[in-house]
Design a protein around this ligand. Structure first.
Ligand code: ITT
Length: 191
C-alpha cells in the first residue's frame, strides 16, 4: 500500500467502542484511525444510507478533508424493522430491557444488524455496507462490546455479540464487513 494521505483515516464518531473495533481491524492493514468527535447531526430518515450521506456531507464541510463515519442499526423483523435508523434514540430511551419487553412472546426473533460506512475522499462520498443476520436472544447475555451486543446472536453462533471477544465479533459483524469493503476499496485505488 502506498499513498500516505490514505494511511490515516479520520473517523468521525463519538463512540469509543466503534473506534476500537475499527482500529483493531484497520491497523493490521496499515491504516491508522484518528478520531474526530464532531457530534455530526444524525438526520431523521428512513434509511441508514440517507443518515450516513447527510452526515458525511456535513463532516466534509466542517473538516475540509477526507473523512469517514458509520451509521449502524438493528432491524427486528417482528417489530417491522424497528428500531432501525432510530437505534440510537431507542437505546438511549427504552434500552435493551425495553427491547426484551417488546419481544416478549414473539415467535419470530430474527433480526439483522446493518452498518453503513460513508467515506468522503475529498471529491465524492462512497458507501460501504455490512449486514449480519441473527436473532434476538431470550435473555441479555455478555458484558463485552456495547449497545445492543448483549441481545444479538449472529446466525451460526450460540453466543451474543456481548459474549464475544472483539476479534470474533469483527469477524462476523456488520461493522467488520463494511470495514473490510472499505479496506478493499482503498487498496484497489492504490493499484
Ligand atoms: P456515532 O457517534 O458514530 O454516530 P452512535 O453510538 O450514535 O455513534 P450509531 O448511531 O451508529 O452509533 O448506532 C445506533 C445505536 O446502535 C447506538 O445505540 C449504538 O450503541 C448501537 N450499535 C451500533 N453498533 C452496534 C454494535 O456493533 N453492537 C451493538 N450495538 C450497536
Amino acid at each position: 500500500m502506498t499513498g500516505p494521505s490514505e494511511r490515516t483515516v479520520t473517523f468521525v464518531t463519538g463512540n469509543a467502542h466503534k473506534l476500537a473495533e475499527a482500529a483493531a481491524l484497520l491497523s493490521p492493514c496499515g491504516i491508522t484511525v484518528r478520531q474526530a468527535d464532531l457530534g455530526y447531526p444524525e438526520v431523521q430518515a428512513d434509511s441508514l444510507e440517507e443518515v450516513a450521506l447527510a452526515g458525511i456531507a456535513w463532516c466534509m464541510e466542517k473538516l475540509k478533508k477526507p473523512c469517514l463515519l458509520e451509521d449502524a442499526g438493528l432491524f427486528i423483523k417482528a417489530l417491522g424493522g424497528f428500531p432501525g435508523p432510530y437505534s440510537r434514540y431507542v437505546h438511549e430511551t427504552i434500552g435493551n430491557a425495553g427491547i426484551m419487553r417488546l419481544m416478549e412472546g414473539a415467535q419470530d426473533r430474527s433480526a439483522v444488524f446493518r452498518s453503513v460506512i460513508a467515506y468522503h475522499d475529498g471529491t465524492e462520498p462512497h458507501l460501504f455496507i455490512g449486514e449480519t443476520l441473527g436473532h434476538i436472544s431470550t435473555r441479555l447475555e455478555g458484558t463485552r462490546g456495547f449497545g445492543y451486543d448483549p441481545l444479538f446472536v449472529p446466525t451460526g453462533y450460540d453466543l451474543t455479540f456481548g459474549q464475544m471477544e472483539q476479534q470474533e465479533k469483527n469477524a462476523v459483524s456488520h461493522r467488520g464487513m463494511s470495514l473490510r469493503a472499505f479496506v478493499s476499496f482503498l487498496s484497489e485505488r492504490r493499484c
